[in-house]
Design a binder for this molecule. Structure first.
Ligand SMILES: NC(=O)c1ccc[n+]([C@@H]2O[C@H](COP(=O)([O-])OP(=O)(O)OC[C@H]3O[C@@H](n4cnc5c(N)ncnc54)[C@H](O)[C@@H]3O)[C@@H](O)[C@H]2O)c1
Length: 237
């Protein structure tokens, strides 16, 4: 398991790198060397010089090095300086976008979370689900656009009547990844909705797709439209 150590050229990060290597773990470092030292990273350890906020870089490191875990130490870390220059510390250590790991009914409250966080921390520009923070080039392809179009124009208007929503998470032909939200999450008819309605609609619009994967945490759904024993029907059936 390759471990990405951000800030691995700094004090805590470089000690962590050495400890991981002693434990036999492959390690890779991302550090912008603003405070760290190239010499603190053994030449055998791949060192990518750059910003932790650079998503394209992090994506490349993960893909090239097969990263499966991350120990995050990249930060400006001087207490006195942070009091004198809070904006600089906020921008470097937090960034303007807050990525939340949302689960269950929390998806439906994203707008309220954003309002609250921006009220207390005006520097925040955007709040999003961490899944939406990962670059997904597949969504910009003709197939990705065709799938989005069918979701926007046909599927979501149909499930909206049941208080549901289906988000397009990624398109990687032959697969499409969806997340069922609101009344669709935890719904006992979700499988039927997916198989008989959504899957058929998507495959008709994009024949190169042959698998629809549901990444919803259904067990966390707080207000499913249909619960077994309650009765009901899929909006797409
Ligand atoms: N040193 C301590 O005793 C101590 C104690 C508790 C917690 N921490 C925390 O551990 C973390 C690391 O502290 P440290 O003492 O090793 O600091 P450090 O300055 O020695 O190391 C931080 C490293 O992060 C790099 N870095 C900073 N911003 C970056 C960015 N945007 N992109 C890429 N790299 C970046 C720097 O170049 C540096 O190599 C901090 O969050 C700190 O608050 C440190």
């Amino acid at each position: 398991m390759t471990v990405l150590v951000t800030g691995g050229a700094g004090y805590i990060g470089s000690v962590t790198v050495e400890a991981l290597r002693r434990a036999g773990q492959p390690v890779v470092v991302v550090d912008n060397l603003s405070r760290g030292h190239r010499e603190a990273v053994d030449p055998d350890v791949p060192l990518y010089v750059g910003e932790v906020g650079d998503r394209a870089l992090i994506r490349r490191v993960v893909d090239e090095q097969g990263v499966e875990a991350c120990a995050h130490f990249a930060a400006l870390a001087y207490v006195g300086e942070s009091v004198e220059e809070p904006d600089r510390y906020y921008a470097n250590n937090v960034g303007a976008t807050v990525n939340l790991r949302l689960q269950g009914s929390a998806y439906a409250m994203l707008a309220q979370f954003e309002d609250m966080l921006r009220h207390y921390v005006p520097e925040i520009e955007k709040v999003q689900d961490v899944m939406d923070a990962i670059p997904k080039p597949g969504l910009e392809t003709p197939t990705g656009k065709a799938v989005r179009e069918v979701l926007d124009s046909r599927i979501n208007p149909a499930v909206a009547g049941h208080g549901g929503h289906i988000s397009l998470i990624d398109v990687r032909p032959p697969r499409v990844y969806l997340r069922l939200e609101g009344g669709c999450q935890g719904c006992g008819m979700a499988d039927v909705t997916l198989k008989q309605g959504v899957e058929a609609e998507i495959m008709r619009a994009a024949p190169e797709i042959n698998e629809i994967l549901d990444v919803t945490e259904h067990a966390a759904g707080s207000n499913p439209y249909y619960q077994p024993g309650k009765g009901g029907a899929s909006p797409m059936a």
